[in-house]
Design a protein around this ligand. Structure first.
Ligand code: ADP
Length: 425
């Protein structure tokens, strides 16, 4: 499993590069606290009877209708009396927008004290959430956000008047329990975002639970998670009493729409020649080239650049903001070829990518085929019914791995002569 820092980073990266909703063809699963009460879903934001200023904020963000998870989550979140919710769906499905809307709709702007707390796993993610609050609430007068994050240390005796506090668990805990900068008894909405990331971080579960214990009994608790392992769920149930639970299954990655090829190559140089041949012969809209190590990726990008190709290199050495910038430029079409290691295989959708090239097959440390990584690399293309193309450049010594791959996925990978590319068109 990827480590927690990777998860927090990936989560941030996704937020930085995301421009639109992740579509889902799955149905939302609902477990109601009271199974006898009718389940309301909404197909429009009007049905929620929001304040006009808030509705205006939502539309100004370009949202026309609720996302799949919002259809079910919003009526639950906005119900009176307030209900608690645990919601799980993959990143990009509209969770943040849902809880931001909840906080904004419950704030009483006439009251100058904190009424909502949102806990985020990292400083950067807290800022991202804060930015959404400010954007969605921009027509709502009197909404203000304060960040309870490391480095922001109000002087002793300060009384916080901002209506919404967004921060990391440790600092929020200090602000409310140690420094007593606001009256925690007056909090009406408590949001815990990215619970799966949170539980992996040292001390964060404890801090979150201590904040939660200080909240008044009628405070609404909302918890969100992109994944739902057992550990995240246990934590969720400790934090959120009597919850409604909704889950949206992740879209399965599939190799169905992807034509897969391979070519034998003696060595790295031969692979390079094959690659250059391909780039010359086929009109590639955009391609991602995967290498197994950073060294190969660095080498390849230098070689290609010195041969006059415009390439971008996305590597694990870069900080998240730099990675986001590179992905953004690639998505904007400013770069046609993106060279990367496995860092970019997960979680990042670059929809217009039509060709994936495995400069190296993904193998585990034991030299076995890494099926999951293959799926994640290749599954980036061929989305939403579009046809994708994947080419594997395989050294002879790895031929058996290619066979494993065919057997494992029940697919056929066709030999392609990269010296003669006519057959691919
Ligand atoms: P999550 O918190 O699940 O990662 P977000 O709330 O950040 O998802 O939403 C993902 C992207 O989709 C963001 O760019 C957001 O602005 C956009 N978005 C959210 N809800 C809607 C909606 N109802 N209609 C259109 N876009 C939306």
């Amino acid at each position: 499993m990827e480590d927690v820092d990777d998860r927090a980073d990936n989560s941030l990266l996704n937020k930085l590069i995301r421009r639109s909703l992740v579509e889902s063809s799955q149905n939302v699963e609902v477990l109601q606290r009271d199974p006898t009460s009718p389940l309301y879903t909404v197909k429009s934001f009007e049905e929620l009877h929001l304040m006009p200023a808030l509705l205006k904020g939502i539309y100004s963000m370009g949202f026309n209708r609720p996302s799949k998870i919002q259809e079910t989550a919003l009526p639950m979140i906005l119900a009176d009396p307030p209900q608690n919710l645990i919601a799980q769906s993959q990143s990009g499905t509209g969770k943040t927008a849902a809880f931001v809307l909840a906080m904004l709709s419950r704030v009483d702007v006439k009251k100058n004290y904190p009424q909502c707390i949102c806990l985020s796993p990292t400083f950067e993610l807290a800022l991202q959430t804060g930015a959404v609050i400010e954007q969605m609430g921009k027509f709502c007068e009197g909404i203000d956000v304060v960040y309870a994050i490391q480095g922001n240390r109000p002087a002793k005796g300060t009384i916080i008047e901002a209506k919404i506090i967004v921060g990391t668990p440790g600092t929020v805990m200090d602000w409310c329990l140690k420094l007593k900068l606001f009256d925690v008894e007056k909090i009406a909405v408590f949001v815990l975002d990215e619970a799966d990331v949170m539980i992996g971080l040292q001390g964060y579960s404890d801090h979150s639970i201590r904040v939660k214990r200080a909240l008044p009994p009628n405070c609404q608790m909302l918890l969100f998670s992109a994944t739902f392992e057992e550990s995240a769920f246990c934590f969720a149930e400790r934090i959120v009493p009597d919850p409604n639970i909704i889950k949206l299954k992740k879209e399965e990655l599939t190799l169905k729409n992807i034509r897969q090829f391979y070519d034998f190559c003696e060595n790295r140089e031969a692979k390079y020649r094959a690659l250059i041949n391909m780039c010359r012969s086929i009109t590639i809209a955009q391609a991602i080239i995967f290498c197994q190590t950073r060294r190969t990726a660095n080498w390849l990008s230098q070689e290609m650049a010195s041969d006059g190709h415009v390439v971008a290199l996305l590597s694990g050495e870069l900080i998240t903001a730099q990675r986001a910038d590179i992905i953004q430029r690639f998505r904007d079409g400013k770069k046609k070829v993106l060279i990367t290691t496995n860092v970019c295989a997960r979680g990042i959708d670059v929809e217009q990518v039509s060709v994936i090239i495995n400069f190296d097959l993904p193998v585990t440390v034991d030299g076995l085929m890494d099926y999951e990584t293959y799926l994640h690399r290749i599954g980036r293309t061929g989305k939403f019914g579009k046809k994708g193309l994947a080419v594997n450049l395989v050294e002879k010594r790895f031929m058996h791995i290619l066979q494993d791959l065919e057997e494992h996925f029940g697919i056929q990978i066709t030999r392609l002569d990269t010296g003669d590319m006519d057959e691919m068109e």
